[in-house]
Design a protein around this ligand. Structure first.
Ligand SMILES: [Zn+2]
Length: 359
């Protein structure tokens, strides 16, 4: 495989996904993985990727998937599954028209959410039978709060279901600080927070068991936290990623960067630390908090600039209809443009701009 490989635009799974990861490894760049909650955020991510000629990762948390099906859907568990399926189908339908490769992924699933992941894999089997391609490129299982052996054993079970479909599994070792949709871990003030740094021996154990079963990617912890906080006690230490890569390469081979690593909690990170993490084999950096704000800020500015239209259908002072101003396409579009602007920055930071494999 080489970095000049061309892929069909649209959702990539199986071998095409592995080629994309290989291009990231060889080319020393990474892709933003953006959490989405509706067609507005999905379309904004696709627009930004097309504009930057970059491939991209679109992901849903369980809460994002539920929101996609509708907060008013009476059965929350059904909504989590149906929203994930619906969002994935939307991406499968429109992605190729944007001329880039798109990875479809789901975010953190702890033990209580494993039935959700099993149900999505069921849907993936159906989709593969009908179209030749699974619904998602990969799912994440996050059992980092459990003992290592339990974490690895459950991940092995999922990988054995997913590998035959051409799907990849993202696992978490060590814990990401902060919280994502209610799943997370406290950051203790003035503690050493050793639990926020993955131990290389844990990585070796997971790699030994899981890598022969199928394709895995690793969310290793190096002081990264979900959300954006004022600078505090937790320090980003990307050298931990290098230590894990070196340990795996020494014991199992696979070149200098045998593992495809994932950077959770990318929002608000220092640019130099992002560059350093990517140099150690990070291919995916999750962004959620920053794109949420990027959507909200211009919507707020639009409302501030057009206050009458958000209180009256007809301006009581002038008698002028306000329809053209309160049309949701106006302010939702302002939010979409905000996401695009924030992602322009992400594609530049991660070095993926201009490097789409779609041809
Ligand atoms: Zn995360």
């Amino acid at each position: 495989m080489s970095v000049t490989t061309k892929l069909k635009p649209g959702v990539v799974t199986g071998d095409a996904y592995l080629e994309l990861l290989e291009a990231c490894r060889e080319g020393g760049y990474a892709l933003p993985a953006v959490n989405v909650v509706g067609t507005n955020s999905i379309n904004a991510v696709l627009e930004a990727a097309a504009k930057n000629k970059s491939d991209v990762i679109i992901q849903l948390s369980n809460g994002g998937a539920r929101f996609f099906a509708g907060e008013g859907c009476p059965d929350a568990n059904a909504a989590r599954l149906l929203g994930a399926v619906s969002a994935a189908q939307h991406v499968h339908t429109v992605a190729a028209a944007y001329g880039v490769c798109v990875v479809l992924h789901t975010d953190h699933a702890d033990r209580s959410l494993l039935p959700w992941v099993d149900a999505m894999i069921d849907a993936g089997e159906d989709h593969k039978a009908r179209t030749g391609q699974p619904l998602f490129s990969s799912h994440m299982i996050d059992l980092s709060a459990e003992p290592l052996d339990a974490n690895i054993a459950e991940c092995a079970r999922f990988l054995m279901r997913m590998a035959p479909l051409g799907m990849s599994l993202e696992i978490e070792l060590g814990v990401t600080g902060g919280e994502e949709d209610g799943i997370g871990h406290d950051i203790e003030e003035s503690a050493d927070n050793a639990h926020l740094y993955t131990q290389p021996e844990d990585v070796l154990k997971a790699w030994e068991v899981l890598s022969p079963l199928g394709h895995v990617t690793m969310a290793a912890s190096f002081g990264n936290v979900h959300g954006v906080y004022a600078p505090g006690n937790v320090k980003l230490r990307p050298e931990i990623l290098k230590a894990s890569q070196d340990a795996v390469a020494q014991k199992f081979g696979g070149g200098s960067k045998p593992m495809a690593l994932v950077f959770h909690g990318g929002s608000g990170s220092e640019k130099a630390k992002i560059t350093e993490a990517v140099s150690y084999g990070v291919f995916k950096m999750n962004i959620d908090t920053d794109t949420q704000f990027a959507f909200a800020e211009p919507v707020g500015a639009y409302v501030d600039a057009n206050p009458v239209a958000f209180k009256h259908q007809i301006d009581p002072a002038t008698g002028k209809p306000q329809k053209k101003l309160y049309d949701p396409r106006k302010w939702l579009r302002a939010g979409e443009k905000g996401i695009v602007a924030r992602l322009n920055e992400a594609f530049a930071d991660l070095g993926s701009a201009g490097r789409t494999l779609a041809g």
